[in-house]
Design a binder for this molecule. Sequence first.
Ligand code: BG6
Length: 491
Amino acid sequence: MTEPSATFLLFGATGDLARRMIFPSLYNLLSDGLLPDDFLIVASGRSDMDDEAFRKEVDAALRQFLPADRYDGDVAARFVALIGYQPVDAGNADQFAKLAERIDGRLERGLSVYLSTPPSLFAPTAQGLSEAGLITPHTRIAMEKPIGKDLASSKIVNDGIGALFVEEQIFRVDHYLGKETVQNLLALRFGNVMFEPLWNTTAIDHVQITVGETVGLEGRVSYYDGVGALRDMVQNHMLQILSIIAMEPPARMDPTAVRDEKVKALRSLRPMTAETVKHLSVRGQYTPGAVGGQIVTGYADELGQPSDTETFVALKAYIDNWRWQGVPFYLRTGKRMPARQSEIVIQFKPVRHSIFGRDGQHGAGGTGLEPNTLVIRLQPEEYIRLQIMTKRPGLERQVQLEEVTLDVSLTAAFAGQRRRIAYERLILDLLAGDQTLFVRRDEVEAQWAWIDSIIDGWREANVKPAAYSSGNWGPSSAIALIERDGASWHD
Ligand code: BG6
């Protein structure tokens, strides 16, 4: 089917993600004229409400979560008029039948179902859809993470959905893939001739991926505790970023070619063991401290009890293939970090031979020769910076080198372009049936297989989170993890 789905059915419509991201994204798509004619949004949640009451809630969410200059009363009125609300409890066949009545006669023109619910409801919801006759070859289903909590449970979730949909109908959401800068990695690597020949163990010393957040638990206690940073951030977002950095060039930008290459990279991750986790990983948990000048409480205080859940993790990963042999990938992510900052750092090797005398040393006797660094900042700003060596002006007999930065601010280069919500791209692709930016089952499983090796290692070696004061980049052992190798986290 080439036409985009004419109906969008959202489960979990009264939840936080729907209010913050999904409705504002749909609003933006409508405002930009990107939704099909005669589009219908059927919103479903457990609360009992009529269309009017729900539309008011959506309008309030748009006012709250859209930038003030983006909210337009006329567009909002047109937008909420597209929405109908149907209360549905998974397992209630009558309510699914009512849902089907609302969509009656529209199935041929495509139905995109979006599950923004806890994963325990995925399979029962799919079952309800099936019994109500809502699954046809023109139906697609999108699922939010987490897909399981380990490889075994992810298989159960995937089997449940896979019993009713074929893989081409299943869209696993990782919202990082909707971020412009993450897609830009593909453009950078494969749209330029200059990076790819250097993108391997010959020229690259190591790679760093940092996703720092200043927030703490944010009231997500019931979800987060027992899950932790490794499952919440590394299993999905960070490994997706890693796979795009590490993959071989796909033959073309299509869902099969791109995901085939990503999964090969993910499968090449060297599993950890009880022995290796001790020097390849660091777990941390925040204690009271200050973030951005604000005093904040510790994780255990927010939770109301002690816990072994990590809110920070740092890893040294290896990808055992030809391209990346011996190149460490350092990953770190955490809550209550000093800054909301996500970036990728490609640290190149030093030049093979310095013609300028003693290299790598500033000051007397040194020329200041430093290896090149490529920094790709994902957020809060979006930029690409390349540190290169130049000659400092002057008449010294020995050439003095100085690092300067080739600095491309994507925000400035594309000034006037609205910064989009990652979900806009993903919803548009879901409606159009393009799976390139969605995660295939084998990718999720390869991600879990590696994560499981770390969790098993932690359990066997009894690795507990080390304390770090809020407002720091994790425990000091995270700094030692990289400094032992003669490198340091990019500042
Ligand atoms: C979510 C995690 O997937 O990503 C959250 O569950 C995290 O814990 C969020 O805060 C980060 O997303 P972003 O887009 O704000 O970097």
